[in-house]
Ligand binder design. Structure first.
Ligand code: AMP
Length: 449
């Protein structure tokens, strides 16, 4: 097996790697680092979670440890689609370069323009940026890109989704033709292929297995939701999610809940809070300080539920998420893989529960084709609309009843699925008595039904 000492990295970098606790390189690191150190272009087809960040930061630090910086002319450039990802890459540089003297600047929205500008004026070895911010700086004449020796494009497929490809092409054309390019993408869409053909020169092409095939520690389930009335569908769906979370009980220590739309992220987070859950939203329209506060709270476990859009959650490195809930089935099957990859990291157990409706079945089929396995589907009973009355049973009561029935059936076996954060009154309007009962059952029981 390859070890870090076989890769040609500087001893200071190897020392930082071993202090970070890494014993062996991941496949993308083993395959990408040697050609990168030889000065070759690299095309890495890999997702987050594979160790791809270190596969470009480690050789870059080794190469940049030699040489001097020049005012306003960064020697290398790392482009990331989101601020969070850029900040994470900066942290990686911080960790692995602690034994070498390397100057870095971060150009992202929400971080002081002035302070970063001053750093750039003095000269930096590594500039980490989102494309828009970088071009802003360039256009103000604060930055010259003709000293760039190494350029990294991280998560190019996400750049494509976000409409950054023209910016990337422009940035490519502003850097020297002789630069080395390290290019990473989870997928090779035709547009991405076009860019790599145009701007990479005879790259070492490295493809690593998808996370979905790698992570067998994630238990995946899909719960069918059917509204009783169209106009009540949104609130009934939120109630269904609350039941699902409640049914997971204490096993759900912290979770990310994904929505397809930003507006739903806000609505759902607000609704969960109203129902007594600790929840905060995260998406691209929130200001940076709020996003940082929310993420810090989530990381230090003072926040239990993070309600997120795909873009905001992309690349977040949070090691111990017990659950991922998909409030919506993602329209792009790849996103499902990214979403559930937030749990079950580094060999831990994780659970991913997706709420789906009849109209989502095609999207769910596409997910199954992509991950190459069937996701057990729980067919919840059709919601029946309850008569408008004040006597709508509390979901906690329903869960209790369902649980005691279930316990009786199992011969009084103890259950860890006690409803937690039991939501009040209006919750189960229209859901019928069956859904909570269903959810209160154990996984095996549900499958057997
Ligand atoms: P990435 O794919 O870059 O987002 O990395 C995913 C996670 O793997 C991060 O938490 C890294 O700290 C961790 N990691 C990266 N390389 C290694 C390694 N060789 N051994 C163990 N963990 C690693």
């Amino acid at each position: 097996m390859t070890s870090f000492s076989d890769l040609g990295l500087a001893p200071e970098v190897q020392k930082a790697v071993s202090e970070a606790g890494y014993e062996t390189p991941t496949p993308i690191q083993a395959d990408a680092i040697p050609p990168a150190l030889e000065g070759r272009d690299v095309l890495g087809i890999a997702q987050t979670g594979t160790g791809k960040t270190a596969s470009f930061t480690l050789p870059m630090i080794t190469m940049l440890a030699k040489g001097r910086t020049r005012a306003r002319m960064p020697r290398s450039l790392v482009l990331c689609p989101t601020r969070e990802l850029a900040a994470q890459v900066a942290e990686n540089f911080e960790t692995y370069s602690k034994h070498v003297n390397l100057t870095k600047a971060l150009l992202i929205g929400g971080v002081s323009f002035k302070a970063q500008g001053e750093l750039i004026d003095k000269g930096v070895s590594v500039l980490i940026a989102t494309p828009g911010r970088l071009l802003d700086h360039f256009e103000r004449g604060k930055l010259l890109l003709n000293g760039v020796q190494v350029m990294v494009v991280d998560e190019a497929d996400r750049m494509l989704d976000m409409g950054f490809i023209p910016d990337i092409e422009r940035i490519f054309s502003l850097t020297p033709f002789t630069r080395q390019t390290l290019f990473f993408s989870a997928t090779m869409a035709p547009e991405i292929e076009r860019i790599t053909n145009a701007f990479l020169s005879n790259p070492a092409k490295i493809e690593v297995a998808r996370r979905a095939t790698a992570s067998e520690t994630i238990e995946q389930t899909a719960v069918m939701f059917r509204a009783s009335r169209r106009d009540l569908a949104p609130q009934q769906k939120r109630a269904a999610l609350r039941s699902v979370i409640a049914a997971e009980g204490e096993a759900c220590t912290n979770a990310i809940i994904f929505c397809n739309r930003k507006t739903d992220v806000d609505i759902l987070a607000g609704s969960l809070k109203k129902h007594g859950f600790q929840a905060e939203p995260i998406h691209g329209d929130l200001d940076q300080s709020q996003r940082t506060r929310t993420l810090d709270a989530f990381r230090d476990s003072s926040l239990r539920l993070l309600v997120a859009s795909d873009v905001a959650a992309r690349g977040l490195d949070i090691l111990s998420v017990s659950h991922v809930f998909n409030f919506d089935v993602p329209t792009n099957a790849e996103d499902y893989v990214h979403r559930i990859g937030r749990t079950g990291r580094a060999g831990r157990e994780g659970k991913a529960i997706t709420i789906y409706e009849t109209r989502d079945e095609k999207a769910l089929d596409a997910v199954e084709r992509l991950i190459g396995k069937k996701i057990p589907r729980i067919q919840a009973a059709e919601a029946s609309e309850k008569p408008a009355s004040n006597s709508i049973p509390d979901i906690a009561e329903e869960l209790k009843t369902a649980e005691s029935q279930s316990r009786k059936r199992r011969g009084n076996a103890s259950s860890r699925r006690k409803p937690q954060n039991a939501p009040p009154e209006d919750n189960m309007v229209g859901m019928g008595a069956h859904l909570p009962q269903f959810i209160a059952m154990s996984f095996d029981e549900r499958l057997a039904t």
